[in-house]
Design a protein. Sequence first.
Length: 600
Amino acid sequence: MKEPMSIWKLLSHILRYVRPYRWLVVVTLALTLIGSLLAQVNAIVLDRSVDAINVLDQQPSLMWSSAVRILTIISAVLLGKELLATVVNFFRRYYGERMRILVSRDLSLQVVRHILTFRMAFYTTSGNEAGRLQSRIDKGVTSVSRAVNSLFIDILPLFSSAVLALILMFAANFYVGLVALCIVPIYFYVTYIQAERMRAGRRGIFQGQQAVSQSILNIIESITVIKSFNREQIESGRQATIQDAVTDLQLSTRKQSYFFTGLKGFLEQIGTVLVIILTAYLVLIDYPGMTIGKIMYHVMLFANVSAPIRQLHRIYDDLNDALIYSEGLFELMEGEEDVENTGNHHPDHVTGCFELQHVDFTYPNGVKALHDVSMRIEPGKITALVGMSGAGKSTVVNLLDKFYHTDSGTITLDGTPLDQWDTRWLREHVGLVMQKNHIFDGTIEENIRYGNPQATHDDVVQAARQAFLYDQVMQLPDGFESSALRLSGGQQQRIAIARMFIKNPAVIILDEPTASLDAIATEQIKSSIDAIKRGRTVIIISHNIGQIVDADQIYVLEQGRVVQSGTPEDVYREGGRYKEIFDASARSMNADKIASVMEH
């Protein structure tokens, strides 16, 4: 089991991101010291003022000139101090907040950059679903930035003020200072017990919030299915169950928090009462240096000592949240085991000759998808992967594009093991069109140019023409500047195909590229795909027999094994699984009736 995050570990992590802004730290600390000194002015002024006024009050007649002078000095000092403190606190908070915002930005950028380097297996591992990842990142960055705020904006001013106040109390009277000092460790011990008892609850709340985020995301993604089956009540009930569990944990945690907060407030009041009693006693017995002014002096100084105590429960809550939430964040940011492996092989030319030898593969969830698969994909030819759903066709494609790594066996491209290929270089020379392609929130032109960021507008237009998308785009009010999310599913599929045209790769992988298109669109896209196939290595997965029969070579997969291979005609004559799929596809299309209608 991984060791939980500690305060010192958290500080070491935070300091790495604070270090680039150390000038802000220096400025903030300097302003903090000035603010701490100013915080003691009220107690010193009150001490001197009470004693001075007490002396005047004991005179036979009131000396108004002296009284006015004392009041003028008090007012000038206090107002001047408040004005200076306002300026100091403004810049201290501004620079501290600036540092927090910059650190938060760096954390967010770093975690995004890092997870982009992760291999595909990371994203398909249980616990790394989109909603859970988003929650880990959001909660982690927010809690760590709050910790930065607490450390450099809240804790340091409070504790520096408390230390100075304690020094002044000891300087005035050792015994009073000792009483104030004795209360502090008791309070800190109670706070420590509180944190230890609440840690498990906080971790449970965090995990519950991740489950809530994932559940809401699942509802949004499945809203069409939910509504079509009238299952709103069922989904609402599932969400209520998850929310109730989180709510119970939150209430239990808050109950403990309020109990300890009350206990710590009681300890603080005990300290104040003891300071008042001891100081008053020393005044009554005429202890050297103890005057009536010292009563107010020590009470106000103890208020500065107890200020961090009053604030500590809130700050400690923030730090404990950071301890819990930062575990997942820094695990993402510093985990190297999930980083995608890459080689350094990047030749000038890619022919696209893939060869798989005795390949086994198991997904992170434990499902074994391929068993002893061997096949050769000839360069410049069309190879079709055929089989029922779940046979392992898409898994082969995922391995060829280095989304995953084999359990055993080898895969080579142009005679070089795939592990030795530079991953970025490999993917620059492979065009992949999936059955369901992601469309980004942006314009149509931006989505097409995603295939080649250096492409010009003319290149984008040409790719749209090749994908038979141009005419439909030009009918939109904003043309290529229209939002791509407004397009239909078939039009979005054409964008994915246009990306392939603009990328112009040496190897093309087509995984059901026309699955969401109508018959006319399928025919148009097929013509475009036929054009781009020439002189390239093409790997196609399709249930459309019209695309399969064009292949030079087919491999038939069943339950993760290659059961047939050869030309479409030869394999069909063999009978077996391919003949069953071919004949079933023909029957599903009513091929006999279609032929009869065409004859008439």
